[in-house]
Ligand binder design. Structure first.
Ligand code: F6P
Length: 364
């Protein structure tokens, strides 16, 4: 049996641990197995490149961030566009056959899964594995890479708190998450944020400023120790104003680009500073959240998902993506989940609990 593995889209911690688990399970349990790595995601499949992955290549990578295979973004909408010659999809299918693959493991996020579903519908045996720090893949409780990003973001916010407290500042910490606010929500709660701004809950500048002004008015000099009022606001990069929400994403982006910004964070910092008189700063955590060694939870999850995916291949189950459901590892049909997202429920338990302990979402 010949197995191919590729990693596609933004990197995250745990990719190598998954590659390792797929490989180890296959070498242990599948007779005459051959494994190849396809470099740089779907780009490698389009150009027909692959290289042998030996048992020894899997040593010492469980704790390594990034991906030993390399990755790239290949937009889904370009897959079926005919330029001069065959489409990218046709090239990928032809190369899948040329490589003699019996199964292709695609480690990636929502976009990767859409392309994986397409490949399967064209006759390639594909098994998807849910990777992303955004945790927004439909049909799985959690994705690998997410927990490490939560830990990293939480530690960064803890560190930023010392500056906010020392200076008595309001600091907005922008974390990744364009469509889904899972990372902002979890890291925000874990780091004791005062306010969390999510793509799923449009916020109002008036409410944000009012919250900060009221908190300042309420704060009393502490007889025991010296403490100035300060605020930590954790904002997802996709956080959106109530006034922007009705506009298409493209039009929103246009207004922001005109201001020289891509996210709402710098604008919000300016508005808070002007309206409340509070010294306000912002920090964008960016790629810090995607890099580095996976936490133990992600190593465990990656190993379970990778091993299970290899087992499915050995049994001949294809056209699926492996998933976590409660304490079980299971799978969903790619056709069922492709194109869908798992978003934060604004009325769900986590948001309600956060509101219950006084965290504001800037909306009411
Ligand atoms: O991988 C998901 C993600 O981290 C998103 O949260 C973010 O919007 C995006 O990647 C940024 O990716 P890049 O800058 O690598 O294209």
């Amino acid at each position: 049996m010949k197995l191919g593995i590729l990693t596609s889209g933004g990197d995250c911690s745990g990719l190598n641990a998954v590659i390792r688990a797929i490989g180890l399970y296959a070498f242990e349990n599948i007779k005459n197995v051959e494994i190849v790595g396809i470099p740089d995601g779907y780009s490698g499949l389009i150009s027909g490149e692959c290289f042998q992955l030996k048992r020894d290549d899997l040593n010492g990578i469980i704790d390594r961030g990034g991906t030993i295979l390399g990755t790239s973004r290949q937009p889904y909408k370009m897959m079926t566009v005919a330029e001069d010659g065959p489409t990218r999809l046709q090239e990928m299918c032809a190369n899948y056959k040329k490589m003699g693959l019996d199964c292709l493991f695609t480690l990636g996020g929502a976009g990767t899964h859409k392309t994986a579903a397409l490949l399967y519908s064209e006759g390639c045996n594909v098994i998807g594995l849910p990777k992303t720090i955004d945790n927004d893949i439909f049909g799985t409780d959690v994705t690998f890479g997410f927990q490490t990003a939560v830990e990293t973001a939480t530690e960064c916010i803890d560190r930023i708190r010392t500056t906010a407290a020392g200076h008595g500042r309001t600091i907005i910490v922008e974390v990744m998450g364009n469509k889904a606010g899972w990372l902002a929500l979890n890291a925000g709660i874990a780091a004791g944020a005062d306010m969390i701004l999510l793509p799923e809950i449009p916020f109002s500048e008036d409410i944000v400023c009012d919250f900060i002004s009221k908190k300042k008015a309420k704060s009393q000099p502490n007889g025991q120790r010296y403490e100035k009022p300060y605020n930590i606001i954790v904002a997802a990069e996709g956080a959106v104003l109530q006034s922007e929400y009705k506009f298409k994403k493209r039009d929103r982006a246009f207004v922001r680009v005109e201001r020289g910004e891509t996210t709402i964070t710098p604008h919000l910092a300016e508005v808070i500073g002007e309206r409340t008189g509070e010294e306000t700063r912002s920090t964008v955590l960016g790629y810090l959240q995607r890099g580095g060694t996976p936490c133990a939870f992600d190593r465990m999850l990656s190993t379970r998902l990778g091993g299970y995916a290899a087992k499915l291949a050995a049994e001949g189950t294809f056209g699926v993506s492996v998933a976590v459901c409660g304490d079980k590892i299971t799978f969903n049909a790619l056709a069922e989940i492709a194109g869908k997202y798992k978003l934060v429920d604004p009325d769900g338990e986590r948001v309600s609990m956060a509101r219950g302990i006084g965290i504001s979402f800037g909306d009411k």
